[in-house]
Design a binder for this molecule. Sequence first.
Ligand code: G6D
Length: 341
Amino acid sequence: MPKIERSIFGTIKNTTVERFQLENDQGMSISVMTYGATLLEVVVPDKTGRFENVVLGCATLAEYSAHSPYFGATIGRVGGRIRQGKWLNTQLTQNEGEQHIHGGVNAVSHRVWEVLKSDVENLSVTLGIVSPAGDNGYPGNLEMTVTYQLYADNHFEIITTGITDEATLFNPTNHSYFNLSGDLKETISEHQLEIGASQVALMDDSKCPTGVLAPVANTAFDFQVGQTLKAFTKKEPQGLDTPFPLNEGSDFAVRLTDNVSGRRMVIETDANAIVVFSTTGMNEPYLVNGTRPMVSELGIALEPQQLPDAIHHDHFGDIVLPAGRHKSYRSSYRFDTIKQN
Ligand code: G6D
């Protein structure tokens, strides 16, 4: 029988943070917590049927609040960078040099969300938060919800919604880092990455897009037929911290495959882009999942969202949310295994 287990993950500033573990009939489970509406764990079988966790996280709430690089977090109001934190006459928090990133300081990724619904029949949990007008400079009281839903066929969906009482910006994402080897046995360097994108957004030194969407054909950034991260970093040693506009009509955004464990994940999304961050060079002293220090390419963040800094580039899509209009984004993460070695 599908089940949901509800428990306490920790306490922060006198507020209890709850954890929900959703498990389907096949034994696949996902766990989420109310702090940051964060995806904590995704436990899926390898080709031999062994169940292991395939996302990066922290062992304790204190670590999530102290140093997590947004492991599994819901990012809002806007994912990625906004150049100089400027939107018309609105000045947003500049929390990375001159830029605004990931919704600002102590954004919804670092707050405790409310439990709106836990539904065992649909194997889903819905969390909600209100980001008040003026939050990190954004106008409008924005009500956000995030629903995590696990299905019997080993895929789960994340549905993020927003509604505001004054026009604001809305371009949320989930910031999970994946490692399909299982329980962080290996890095992701040998993972095969396919991206349904014939173009890549060029970036400048501030890591903001220049506005140019360049063809990937005949460049290192061509992931259309797939390549390993190792093959990519031979050509581009700095790794990926890169937005890819998704091909219209493509039936996938990303396919990530680990030939050793046999695990494969396919992400589909109704957002127009995927931001890929390969953690190349990210050697940090803290422990990931309480087991091993963060090392270069221990995980790969795959962030479905509208292209970053869209408000400064008309052809990147519209992320202005008018007052009273309900906006919803849906991403699906499907798991299976391949037989080959
Ligand atoms: C995002 O693009 C950014 C990275 O530059 C950042 O370091 C990370 O989040 C934490 O993916």
